[in-house]
Design a protein around this ligand. Sequence first.
Ligand SMILES: [Zn+2]
Length: 260
Amino acid sequence: MKLVLGASQVGSSLPASWENSVAARSLLVILAHPDDESYGLGGTLAKYAADGVAVTLICATRGEAGIDGLTPEEAGLVRERELQVAAAVIGIADVRFMGYRDGKLALADPEAAVDQLVGVMREIRPQVVITFGPDGISGHPDHVAIHQLATLAFDRAALPARLFYLAPSAATEQACGIAPTLETPGGSVAGIDVGAHLVTKVRAMQSHVSQNPPYPGPPEREASHLACHEYFALARPATAGSGLSDLFGSFAEGGDLRAG
Ligand SMILES: [Zn+2]
């Protein structure tokens, strides 16, 4: 299987001086399809981007199976463009595709996929990595597969970083239309207040025109219908903590990732 990371860049690349700066915050989100980022955690990504965090998105596929009536190649082009628009809305500076085919990620060679993800992790050295949990929110096989691959890669990269899983919540239920039924893994859950970024989240969701966004009206009006918090379960490290309101912040017991 052909694997090409870095095939598409949105916006400028990171300033070289940031690479070795402990003060620079970097967030890597690893998902399966164009629109996962907006529907699942568009508010959180917008919040951190607005705060100056360098946000990188790795999308395993181009969503080739997602548009009835179009060939996979045609659909992939449409959905890649939609993702680029959404990324610009959110403030995601760096979008990369792994090049897998929508619906077939579970058939990927795991070693090759993990190697690619480890390479990106070691390149950008994020303090925070986010991916799907074991439930994949919707149970989509690609979501479950990218959860497994990203978790393996995180463990292999061995960075001083946190790994969070997108946690089922009102926010994900609103976006996916599927009531979460599976247990959320891990002991600590971070609730991120995205109330100030809901209009941006709606605009990002609406960027995925081909997916018939569930909130198609004026963003300022639709935003009032969305949950004000998005939730993330801490998967690594296995630190007991509570009340985490910042993915980069300190636990009651634990280190502040910005310090090291
Ligand atoms: Zn998806």
